[in-house]
Design a protein. Sequence first.
Length: 496
Amino acid sequence: MTDTLLSYDDVLAQFDPALGLEVHVELNTATKMFCGCSTTFGADPNTQVCPTCLGLPGSLPVVNAKAVESAIRIGLALNCEIAEWCRFARKNYFYPDMPKNFQTSQYDEPIAFNGWMDVEVEGTTYRVGIERAHMEEDTGKSTHIGTTGRIHGADYSLVDYNRAGIPLIEIVTKPVLGTGAKAPEVARAYVGQLRALLLGLGVSDVRMEQGSLRCDVNLSLAPRGSGTLGIRTETKNVNSLRSVERATRYEMQRHAAILADGGKVLQETRHWHEDTGVTTSGREKSDAEDYRYFPEPDLVPMAPGREWVEQLRAELPEPPHERRARLQAEWGFSDLEMRDTVGAGALGLVEETIAAGTSPQTARKWWLGELARRANESETELADLGVTPGDVARVQALVDEGSLNDKLARQVFDGLLDGEGTPDEIVAARGLAIVSDEGALSAAVDHAIAANPEVADKIRDGKVAAAGALIGAVMKEMRGQADANRVRELVLERLT
């Protein structure tokens, strides 16, 4: 059954959206949250488990100190208060990927709370309040075998517990109000900026395609100007920035169609379908009471020392907004250029490309031009294309030294995306280097002049602009592998 959607303009005319974003971040600790099992991604199923993370009788948890430190650093970077005393709780529910039948999490006493992060969208700054950032453990991974890929309609299911027990930080926003038409863009910008902040802190690889950063999008609508909150839905495990924006927009249009028709939105979880761009119903949303939280009896409370907290605060990297301002001044970018760079998720990529020896404008040209186009075509984030800042810097170096022109450089990027090796290996294998043999260039110029006598006569008569036609003919004969400036010089030497 296909959902009815209201046009986006009609949504905005009748309703005010409220966002709530829950981001789950897998920390990059070497071991799990409460045991010594490895957290390495991609191991064979159920090879990184032990009695503790499998919840076997008699096993006892021990808190990962590095995970606690990472949680505090995240909280500080989000302008949160750090609890002087907090503890873990048991969140009770049954699901096959949670082998203990409860998740060790934090409930009413999170380690970090009451923070904020400012997000800029098209020149307007939106303050996103942070309700809490709490520690917990990840669940295992269920794979449902069948035509649907989901539990409903599956022939059978397989469970891999390697991920069970990996340290997680869940960052929960307060209701984000006042975003209006920009709600989808604000949601995307917030997750993107949070991703950049976490990467800068060095606490996670934040690879959304591998699940180390996952976003749940909460959305509700209320009558325009009412100042109230509507009934929300929670779209689970959205795994790309683009999908965060698309899922938010879709749910706004779906909610509005229900409400405009006099219906009532069901408070439930929803599944996002990347291929079709729609959400489908998951399960009716549980309230906190349904999880029967109670303090974890096997773990003592934590009381982070104030000296330690202040030491971690002093060691925080440069805040994202300050970093952007500094880099913009260093690079000489206009406000629009910087905004586009940030919006494309290319700030760190451009920075690393410049550090590898490329000029700011050239680095920006490749990432926001050719590579952004490829990313859009493949519906991939720039950082996940498979082209590194070092690759881009080397391609530009080959252009600067005269071995390539921009047209040939684009073919090198083709090779990089196809996994054909390094830029130099691709140039050699594809025979892309610019022809520097003066004899070959001279022969091609003479051939073009002989084949286009009328154009040659115009140049002899002083119409130098006509040289473009001969240059184009030479470049075609040389398959683009000639220095256009040198070809022009040779043409004019012969005809003027």
